[in-house]
Design a protein around this ligand. Structure first.
Ligand SMILES: [Zn+2]
Length: 409
């Protein structure tokens, strides 16, 4: 090989080295594009989850304010009697709020756990990137070492030419720049990885806090329910209340009856075209047998009770059962405290025959549900116009309330 041939060969080697260095850079760039897309998607998801968490946080706070307001009312009651009145009016609302708070906490925990899963995924993707870049860096180091170990080759090629080429050319700069970039990128990625790890730790701490909060809310709920259970329907108090506001309450009762009649009339548009499911009505409770207020005239003849009230010890929260098989036509959960049937259910049994269950604390059915006789449809409560937990149970035949005690098809 002549002097010129050696030079050409050395330049070819230099070119080869340059390709070795640049090729991985290109692959990193291509790869980085993919990751950016992935990160964009991820960031959008993460924003959604953050929005959800923010919403749940403010909802939880609002509920807490509601509960605190009720507690202040109870605490502010001067006498024991006043206190009982406030509890009667407010305890179901407070129980509702606490249940909602527990549900909100459950939702928060679910969102946080989802975010932990996604961040863990992001963390392993980041770790993979680091591993890949690190192995590129190691390849680079190895390439440098083998360059340094080319003295024999260098001898063959002519040491002067080769070291000359290494010192002189842009390749050296490119190699150095590339190494610096690679190291900087590795450092950056390492910092990002640490940040994600920290976020995951923070989310895990939040989950722990939420779980502790749930336990304490469940205890609070138990105490509130115990307060509610200690009450049973107070008929004397109800009569007193009625007579004290007779004009207004009579108007209210008429309004409630008109609302119910309109609903039943609507149900009967289809119900009257079907046949009654058959059989008698079963008792709507498995544990309460005391009729605290029968069907018929009440409050000294100033009101007509369209159903029977069933109560007893441990009434609050005990299951309310479907008196017969049928289809749920109304499952009303929104109500004005002190007005009407509160949370109530109407089941259509066909042939223009329905049953109504009033004042429940919770419903376990929705409109359209087909229920079997004896199936739980909700829990006893004291919602609406009620002076203590009881079931208001009513049977309607052709939109007329009949006496449930002794009714047979
Ligand atoms: Zn009643």
């Amino acid at each position: 090989m002549g002097e010129k041939g050696k030079r050409v060969f050395a330049w070819m080697m230099a070119l080869l080295m340059a390709v070795m260095v640049v090729a991985p850079t290109v692959s990193i760039l291509v790869h980085a594009d993919d990751d950016e897309e992935y990160e964009d998607d991820y960031d959008e998801d993460e924003d959604d989850l953050q929005d959800m968490l923010d919403r749940l946080n403010s909802k939880y706070k609002k509920l807490q304010e509601q509960n605190n307001a009720v507690q202040q009312k109870i605490n502010a009651a001067a006498s024991e009697k006043q206190k009982q009145v406030v509890i009667k009016q407010e305890i179901d609302g407070q129980i509702n709020t606490t249940i909602e708070q527990i549900d909100t906490l459950d939702e928060r925990i679910a969102v946080l756990e989802q975010r932990i899963v996604e961040k863990t995924r992001e963390m392993s993707a980041k770790q993979k990137e680091i591993d890949e870049n690190f192995s590129l860096y190691q390849q680079r180091l190895r390439a440098m070492c083998s360059l340094q170990g080319t003295s024999t080759l260098g001898l063959v090629l002519g040491v002067d030419d080769f070291s000359d080429m290494l010192l002189r050319t842009d390749v050296v700069t490119a190699v150095a720049q590339h190494d610096t970039d690679l190291i900087n990128e590795l450092k950056e990625q390492k910092a990002e990885l640490e940040a994600i790890k920290k976020e995951i730790e923070d989310d895990k701490t939040s989950v722990e806090e939420d779980k502790r909060e749930t336990v304490s809310k469940q205890e609070e709920l138990k105490a509130q329910q115990a307060t509610a259970v200690s009450r049973i329907q107070d008929i004397a108090a109800q009569e007193q209340e009625f007579l004290a506001n007779k004009a207004e309450l009579t108007k209210q009762m008429q309004q409630v009856q008109a609302e119910i009649s309109a609903i039943i009339a609507e149900i009967n548009k289809t119900s009257l075209n079907t046949k009654y499911i058959g059989g008698g009505m079963a008792w709507p409770s498995a544990s309460l047998f005391q009729v605290t207020c029968p069907y018929g005239s009440r409050f000294g003849g100033s009101d007509f009770h369209t159903g029977i009230d069933i109560s007893g010890g441990g009434a609050y929260g005990s299951p309310v059962l479907a008196a017969n098989s049928g289809t749920v036509k109304v499952a009303n959960t929104s109500f004005t405290p002190g007005y009407g049937y509160g949370k109530y259910v109407i089941i259509d049994h066909g042939g223009g025959i329905q049953t109504l269950y009033g004042h429940m604390s919770a419903l376990s059915v929705s409109v359209g549900d087909v229920v079997a006789q004896g199936q739980k449809i909700g829990e006893v409560g004291s919602t609406g116009w009620s002076t203590g937990p009881h079931i208001h149970f009513e049977i309607r035949v052709n939109n007329k309330a009949v006496n449930p005690q002794g009714w047979s098809p």
